[in-house]
Design a protein. Structure first.
Lengths: 354, 260
């Protein structure tokens, strides 16, 4: 097995009394697009700062290309960062900005300009070479920051919420471009975001963080379809969560008692274990029992038309604390105030570590 | 009634502006006098007294001394002020608030006290009365000012710009020279021009700390001891004109800062 490009081993960090990272370990493969996904305060930006060398962790080690980089300053490590506010040098032209890293390496003016032009062409801004940053739009500044970071050919490119300041349409467009650029240059990208759609669209490897820990990591398809924890089931997409207890365990099958009734599932847990079950909105069925597991009836509290589908919120008749979130076809006639029967298939129920 | 208030407010405005500007107007007007006494009636205009000033070796050498002291002391004050502002803005220092207060404290101390203090200190330390001594005095009064101006403009938004430069491989001195100084240039120039203004017409400290070579305000004072004549008006007008230029430069650099 080849060594990973980046190997984070048992990293913890405290700001004063506040522990922001708690024993985090993570490996990043060459050429991968990794997304650190989490709410604010989850420690994802701190982890990125530790990778970039701006923060030295309280405990643990960071290896990049097999070398211990834990306390190597930013200037001396093979990473570059695209900052959230882009941090372009306002007094330099776009070409001067992009060429800055090469200038620091002592590359002569002609080669520097040629390489800077190449990098600008890569991000589709070849014509902006002589402009000043303040003459560019937000999206263009973003591209300049990207070109500036890529031109010195880092081993790892770090992106701190790079699309956070852009409006939605531009964000989706830049998102596609980021992915295309990453595939073209083949550099490993590590990208911090709190936008789960961005995460699903971009990541080869999705790392869900919460409260200073990694909750779940893997390909986004797997993290979405089979989230490991309750947190990732609710943060990466929406879910209906059923909290329950195992009543009976026989030959690898368990009967779980939940507010929506008893559910028979395959599983190894002994009787008495607390368990949480998640069902993705697209797998909840409304109307007469269509799935093999009945979840009782529910009163529809809200129907939101979202274009290609309708998002239905319903409160269980068995337990008012239980909220169902379902995705119904756009043609559905369900309305707020209706009572519907809810069901699903046993295969679509996800068992979560609590 | 409203008419009365209007007239009264006009009179008041004229009185205030007259009070402020009449001395300057009189000074400049009688510097153009063609006869030997700067008193009415006005007999000019004539440039003979300006000619007299510029052919007076003592006055011209004092003028050059003043320029030299102003430029060098302001450059020193702005350099030291910039470095201390950068230190306070970028690093966590113990007792930072107290130290910042101490560095700006000389702004509240009178020039007379600073001048006397330096005189005693230089006497004791064996530094002779000279332009150098006066220049050091001007650094003492202008450093807090430069620090305050530059520190107030050194916001957090530049931190990421400096970080980006470091991230791209710049050693610390290149970050300062290639990034921080150019980004802070408007505040640095503003501090420089304001220091020049204060140094240019500073009298008390220069009077106490110079002996043979002196600055222009001290030389004017020497001239005034032999009574008023249009020559003193002419040299006063020159000092005033230079101050105006410096203040305008200061305003322009600050204004440019506000609309990037």
């Amino acid at each position: 097995m080849t060594a990973p490009l980046v190997d984070i081993r048992g990293v913890s960090h405290r700001f004063g009394q506040l522990a922001v990272l708690k024993n985090v370990s993570l490996r990043i493969e060459p050429g991968s697009y990794t997304i650190l996904l989490g709410p604010s305060g989850s420690g994802k930006t701190t982890l990125l700062s530790i990778l970039g060398g701006f923060v030295t962790p309280s405990e643990g080690k960071v290896f990049i290309r097999g070398e211990d980089c834990t306390s190597v300053p930013p200037a001396k490590r093979p990473t570059t960062t695209v900052f959230q506010d882009y941090a372009l040098f306002p007094h330099m032209s776009v070409g001067g900005n992009v060429g800055f890293g090469l200038r620091m390496q002592g590359v002569d003016g002609t080669r520097r300009a040629a390489k800077a032009r190449e990098a600008l062409a890569l991000v589709g801004l070849a014509s902006a070479f002589d402009k000043k940053p303040h003459q560019l739009s937000g999206g263009q500044r973003q591209r300049v920051a990207l070109a500036r970071a890529l031109v010195i050919e880092p081993a790892v490119l770090l992106l701190d919420e790079p699309l956070g300041a852009l409006d939605l349409k531009l964000r989706r467009q830049m998102q596609d471009e980021l992915k295309a650029i990453q595939k073209r240059v083949g550099t490993a990208f590590i990208h911090v975001t709190h936008d789960q759609e961005e995460a699903m669209a971009l990541a080869d490897h999705c790392v869900v963080m919460n409260d200073g820990r990694i909750e779940d990591e893997g390909p986004p398809e797997r993290v979405y379809a089979r989230p490991a924890t309750r947190f990732s089931a609710t943060f990466m997409g929406e879910s209906t969560i059923l909290a329950g207890t195992v009543m009976k365990a026989t030959n690898g099958a368990i009967t779980v008692s939940t507010p929506a009734g008893a559910i028979l599932l395959p599983g190894p847990q002994p009787a008495g274990t607390s368990i949480a079950l998640a069902i993705r909105p697209e797998y909840l069925r409304l109307g007469e029992t269509k799935g093999d597991i009945a979840l009782g009836s529910a009163k529809v509290s809200d129907v939101v038309f979202q274009g290609s589908f309708k998002r239905v919120l319903a409160t269980s008749a068995l337990d008012p604390a239980l909220q169902f979130i379902a995705k119904a076809p756009a043609s559905t006639t369900v309305q707020a105030g209706d009572t519907v029967v809810v069901s699903c298939n046993a295969d679509d129920i996800i068992q979560l570590a609590d | 009634m409203r008419q009365v208030i209007r007239v009264a407010s006009w009179i008041y405005a004229l009185a205030v502006y007259g009070f402020i500007f009449l001395p300057v107007v009189v000074l400049v007007l009688f510097s153009l006098q063609s006869t030997s006494f700067p008193i009415p009636p006005f007999t000019g205009p004539s440039l003979r007294w300006y000619d007299a000033v510029l052919s007076d070796a003592r006055l011209t050498s004092a003028l050059l001394n003043s320029l030299l002291v102003a430029v060098l002391s302001s450059a020193t004050a702005v350099t030291l002020g910039f470095l201390s502002a950068w230190g306070f803005a970028r690093f966590v220092l113990p007792g930072s608030g107290l130290l910042r207060g101490l560095i700006t404290l000389p702004l509240t101390v009178s020039y007379l006290i600073i001048g006397m203090g330096l005189l005693v200190l230089f006497n004791w330390g064996g530094v002779p009365k000279s332009l150098l001594a006066a220049g050091i005095g001007h650094v003492v009064i202008n450093l807090p000012l430069c620090f305050a101006i530059i520190y107030s403009q050194m916001g957090d938004h530049q931190i990421n710009i400096e970080r980006a430069a470091r991230d791209l491989g710049a050693p610390e001195w290149k970050v300062l020279l290639l990034i921080t100084v150019p980004v802070m240039a408007p505040a640095i120039f503003a501090g420089f021009f304001l220091s020049m203004t204060f140094s240019w017409d500073e009298f008390v400290i220069s009077f106490l700390l110079t002996r043979f070579d002196t600055t222009l305000p001290v030389e004017i004072w020497n001239l005034l001891r032999s009574g008023l004549n249009p020559k003193t008006n002419a040299v006063g007008s020159l000092v005033f004109a230079v101050s105006i230029v410096l203040v305008v430069l200061f305003e322009l650099t600050l204004l440019r800062r506000r609309k990037p």
